[in-house]
Design a binder for this molecule. Structure first.
Ligand code: COA
Ligand code: ZN
Length: 298
């Protein structure tokens, strides 16, 4: 039987939040619609954070109000504090992805929280999300390395995972926010996390800053991870991570996995077409390989 790997499209959130290009709300909605036409069923459609911290996500409520609810897409809202969680619920989010942070340096700059404070905040917010009947997932950012503090202790990541499990997080992503993970680190950290949080369902979030993102996807799939974050065109990055570059590109992941016999449910030519459309609205080239080379066999 063909193994299915689900891709969570994060282009409309992680992709756009730090891109030099500025999309109007209408263009963001067109991006979302194109992704839906390419088969995307789950995507991060915006974030509910301080508009001063991330101006490009300031119109997320309008984006959530404008999406086509007749489509089966699950629109995920990113949040990292109670105000964000309340705004996401009011905006009609289908799922809330909460951001935990594994490094002190990044945590302070990104969200004004230490790792344990981010877990306390999750504990405080989780009941609100459960009461609203919305699925709760979480991402542990800088799980593989912090841009300010360097190496991150796997024990910190495992402890955050255990607290996330206790908060009722169903799916937990290990986030390589700054693209420093290696395939071997992916395996080791995953094993460590599953020892302390055996009931969470794992997802992986890789950035391609240092060229290892696809190898990391392959390593994760090899050890049984079934859900991968990716952004169309490979756009993306975090405003609080110096030299951060894009997420692993959706079309590159789809190509690699489908060529290896996995099923993603996504339409490669339509993803490539969307990546090329993004170049026109963002006003610059995107980084994905497939948008340049095309698939194989043609
Ligand atoms: N949505 C909208 N506004 C928010 C907010 C939210 N979720 N959380 C806080 N704010 C507002 C406050 O109301 C306050 O507004 P004011 O200046 O008009 O009074 C302002 O932001 C500062 O709030 P404060 O609680 O003092 O937070 P801070 O200045 O320490 O910043 C965060 C903390 C979390 C709000 C901010 O760092 C943030 O939004 N970071 C997001 C980072 C991000 O999205 N990174 C990429 C994804 S991981
Ligand atoms: Zn990211």
């Amino acid at each position: 039987m063909t193994r299915r790997i689900d891709i969570v499209e994060v282009g409309p959130r992680d992709g756009l939040q730090n891109d030099p290009g500025n999309l109007t709300t209408q263009q963001k909605l067109e991006f979302i619609q194109r992704l839906e036409e390419a088969g995307v069923k789950r995507m991060e459609s915006g974030s509910f954070v301080s508009p001063k911290a991330v101006p490009k996500m300031a119109d997320s409520a309008e984006v959530f109000a404008g999406v086509d609810r007749a489509k089966p897409t699950r629109h995920i809202a990113l949040a990292l504090n109670e105000k964000g969680v309340r705004r996401a619920i009011d905006a009609g989010a289908d799922e809330i992805n909460f951001v935990l942070v594994a490094g002190e340096g990044f945590g302070k700059r990104n969200q004004g929280m230490s790792p344990s404070e981010s877990a306390d905040m999750l504990m405080q917010c989780a009941p609100l999300i459960h009461e609203a009947g919305i699925p709760l997932s979480a991402t542990i950012s800088v799980a593989f390395g912090d841009p300010y503090d360097g190496e991150v202790d796997p024990a910190v990541v495992a402890n955050l995972a255990a607290r996330a499990q206790r908060a009722g997080v169903g799916e937990l992503a290990l986030g390589d926010t700054i693209g420093v993970a290696t395939p071997w680190q992916v395996k080791a950290l995953t094993e460590r996390v599953l020892m302390e949080a055996p009931d969470v369902f794992l997802r992986m979030h890789f950035h391609d800053t240092r060229g290892a993102a696809l190898a990391n996807v392959a390593a994760a799939v090899d050890i049984g991870v079934d859900v991968i974050d990716a952004s169309c065109g490979g756009i993306g990055g975090c405003p609080f991570a110096p030299a951060a570059t894009g997420n692993v590109a959706t079309e590159d992941v789809v190509y690699m996995l489908e060529r290896a016999g996995f099923e993603t449910g996504l339409d490669l030519p339509k993803l490539i077409e969307t990546a090329k459309w993004l170049e026109t609205v963002l006003g610059h080239e995107v980084s994905s390989s497939l948008s340049k080379a095309g698939g194989f066999p043609a």
